[in-house]
Design a protein around this ligand. Structure first.
Ligand code: F6P
Length: 386
């Protein structure tokens, strides 16, 4: 009698993004072609593992999904196995369902679980690894804020969508001589704003990492007008805030591991610019549009490479690791090294330098260089810490 076939599970957790189906497809194909493994998919992220909701996935199930956005497995950003919300009466109670998840995993006779997700999914995965579950992580998010990997899949597609939007905003900005504020997602990281701002030819980019000086922003707008450019495009990350001000919280979702949802700062930026310059402003918030649609060619390739690398790790029993792209090469890092950490834009980032060389305003006052202003601000903030 031959050895029983290995079985691996896969799930997609957290906010969706283009490329999730490309990873699932690659996992199923590599598992079958390279190792003769069976694959089962849990529905709606860790919710499926906790509630034992799953489906077998074979090659025919992933046929035609490469170019499809979203996830064929569904996802959830509320199903933390260690803090699982259960409605009791009118309110939620939070239960530790990690042992239930472990029991379900064992009952299915699984040899490994591939968890595709962002920081929340990786934090939950690291917790389950410490309870003995053999998990391999795959880094996903349009925010590109996971440490240890050059890039996450989903980011490039979101940049492409935002860039197309900014291109379209340009023509109407030009016709009406307005300041157009385009807000992009990204949570506490400014990667989307920075890349879409540079790719879309934005004039001012405001990122959460660098609180903006509104006078500096208005001077940049006035300077463009003085040069005969009678419109400006301001690309704003949803986590941007003025110096001394706060991020704008659009809602709080108490059942979500990270309850805060950001959004709406662009209305504040527009009101301030209009008030101070007397130039008409308009706001476009791209929001969830950035998570939709077909993955870019770059993301299809990256997602496919990640999926295959994750299957190889599972076959080698190298668990508790996240597959990463390191200097263009597939590699892996221990989950506990990356879970709970954010990769943010830094002053010396090459694309920040690119934006500065192009003469873009990144939120500093006209009479102080970007580097000087943020070094000083960081110093002041450090001085305030106990
Ligand atoms: O993390 C991905 C992301 O799209 C963020 O950019 C955004 O802040 C958040 O998710 C929105 O979450 P939700 O889908 O719960 O509104």
């Amino acid at each position: 009698m031959g050895k029983p076939k290995k079985r691996i599970g896969v799930l997609t957790g957290g906010g969706d993004c283009p490329g999730l189906n490309a990873v699932i497809r690659a996992i199923v194909k590599a598992a079958q072609n390279d190792y003769g493994m069976e694959v089962i998919g849990f529905k709606d992220g860790y919710e499926g593992l906790i509630l034992n909701r799953y489906q077998e996935i074979s090659s025919k199930d992933v046929s035609g999904v490469l170019a499809r956005g979203g996830t064929i497995l569904g996802t959830s950003n509320r199903a933390d196995p260690f803090n699982y919300p259960v409605l009791e009466g009118d309110d939620y109670v939070y239960l530790d369902r990690s042992s239930q998840a472990t029991r379900n995993f064992e009952a299915l006779g699984l040899d490994a679980l591939i968890a595709i997700g962002g920081d929340g999914t990786m934090a939950a995965s690291a917790g389950l690894v410490s309870k003995g579950l053999p998990i391999v992580g795959v880094p996903k998010t349009i925010d590109n804020d996971l440490v240890g990997t050059d890039v996450t899949f989903g980011f490039d597609s979101a940049v492409v969508t935002a860039t197309e939007a900014i291109d379209k905003i340009h023509t109407t900005a030009q016709s009406h001589h307005r300041v157009m504020i385009v807000e992009v997602m990204g949570r506490y990281a400014g990667w989307l704003a920075l890349y879409a701002g540079v790719a879309g030819g934005g004039d001012i980019i405001l990122m959460p990492e660098f609180p903006y000086d509104i006078d500096g922003v208005c001077d940049a707008v006035r300077n463009r007008n003085a040069q005969g450019k009678t419109f400006s495009i301001v690309v704003v990350g949803e986590g941007a805030r003025p110096v001394g001000g706060e991020m704008v919280v659009s809602r709080k979702i108490k059942t979500s591991p990270d309850a805060i949802r950001l959004g709406g700062i662009s209305h504040q930026v527009a009101a301030q610019i209009e008030g101070l310059t007397n130039i008409e402003c308009r706001v476009t918030i791209l929001g969830h549009l950035l998570r939709g649609g077909s993955p870019s060619a770059f993301d299809r390739i990256l997602a496919t490479r990640f999926g295959i690398a994750a299957v190889h790790l599972a076959a080698e029993n190298k668990f508790g690791h996240l597959v990463v792209l390191s200097h263009g090469v597939m590699d892996s890092l221990p989950l506990e090294e990356v879970a709970g950490k954010l990769r943010l834009v830094t002053v010396d980032d090459p694309v920040v330098k690119t934006a500065l060389s192009l003469g873009l305003c990144l939120g500093n006052p006209e009479d102080t260089s970007f580097e000087e202003f943020y070094a000083e601000l960081a110093g002041k903030q450090a001085g305030r810490e106990p």
